[in-house]
Design a protein around this ligand. Structure first.
Ligand SMILES: [Zn+2]
Length: 314
């Protein structure tokens, strides 16, 4: 048997003891996590303003204060959303119902808070085994300069962080403005890189409800900047969540827009690696992907722009 309760602060010895067990569990179950991230947990609970989110720690414990699992939910009241930062059962506890019970409690909590939804990311257990734009860009950078263009609806904060102090990988991202789009804390246009990398990170935060034609104006600018950088390789983070009706985005791109975007990118005539990213409107995902790649092919081979309604692409 176990029960789940909330730990609000670290003022009592019991809570401090629970929290140190949570930190120990993080070290074991998320062993790639930095000690800095683990160490900040008490401060996150105590000082929500500093971290921009209110942290809610849900602990499953067995009655004598032995932690068997936990979930950390971040709540942003102004944005009406929750982010599930961690959900974790202790070693040997997986499959024992702890994770499921915690998840049910997380949903209940979010429901009571009246938020729009819970966001979460599932990171690969072993990043080396997963295709990733940053790994690819780093690998290619050993051979020559790389431009990493991210056209997923959401800002590519991971790649930005990785290459922020480097000038051999130019990171360019077009995305929904973080004022109202996930991840909310990064993707602003004043994030330009640091040190050697200053001027080698370029963000285009875009307004809500953007249509294909407006999108292409920014894409044209982004591609011009990439041309000036003279990269040897292009790594493209292809998100199709800029599509009309995507549940995670607000842009209005149609199949013909994806074709045109593909054509413009193909026209760069660079050795290009395309990595699939987001895209959640399953009814149009395949059609949009096909249009993008036929556009890319047309661009590389410099055939004429796609005219909607001609039925060239079925
Ligand atoms: Zn996305």
């Amino acid at each position: 048997m176990f029960r789940i309760h909330k730990v609000f602060d670290v003022t009592t010895p019991t809570n401090r003891q629970l929290l140190s067990q949570v930190q120990a569990m993080l070290r074991v179950q998320f062993n790639a996590l930095s000690e800095k991230d683990i160490a900040k947990l008490p401060a996150q609970l105590a000082n929500p303003l500093k971290y921009r989110f209110r942290s809610i720690l849900l602990v499953a414990e067995d009655g004598d204060n032995t932690v068997r699992g936990f979930a950390m939910l971040l709540h942003a009241p102004d944005l009406e959303f929750c982010y599930l930062d961690y959900i974790c059962a202790g070693r040997g506890e997986t499959g024992g119902g702890v994770g499921g019970a915690l998840y049910a409690r997380v949903r209940e909590e979010a429901f009571q808070l009246g938020v729009i939804g819970i966001f979460l990311e599932c990171l690969p257990d072993d990043p080396a085994l997963s295709p990733d734009t940053s790994i690819a860009a780093h690998h290619l950078s050993l051979q020559g300069k790389v431009a990493l263009l991210d056209i997923d609806y959401h800002h590519g904060n991971g790649a930005q962080n990785i290459f922020y102090r480097r000038k051999d990988v130019y990171t360019v991202s077009l995305h929904g403005h973080p004022r109202y789009s996930y991840p909310y804390f990064s993707g602003f246009d004043d994030e330009k890189g640091e040190g050697e990398g200053k001027g080698y990170n370029l963000n285009y935060p875009l307004v809500e409800g953007l249509k294909g034609e407006q999108y292409r104006k920014t894409l044209t600018q982004a591609l011009d900047r990439i041309r000036k950088f003279k990269p040897q390789f292009l790594v493209l983070a292809l998100g199709l969540d800029t599509a009309k009706g995507d549940p995670t985005g607000s842009f209005q791109l149609l199949a013909r827009d994806f074709h045109e975007n593909g054509r413009m990118i193909g026209n760069m005539r660079l050795p290009t690696l395309v990595v699939q990213e987001g895209g959640y409107k399953t009814q149009t995902l395949g059609i949009n992907a096909r249009h993008f790649f036929t556009g890319l092919w047309a661009g590389i081979h410099n055939t004429s722009p796609h005219t909607p309604g001609q039925g060239r692409i079925s």
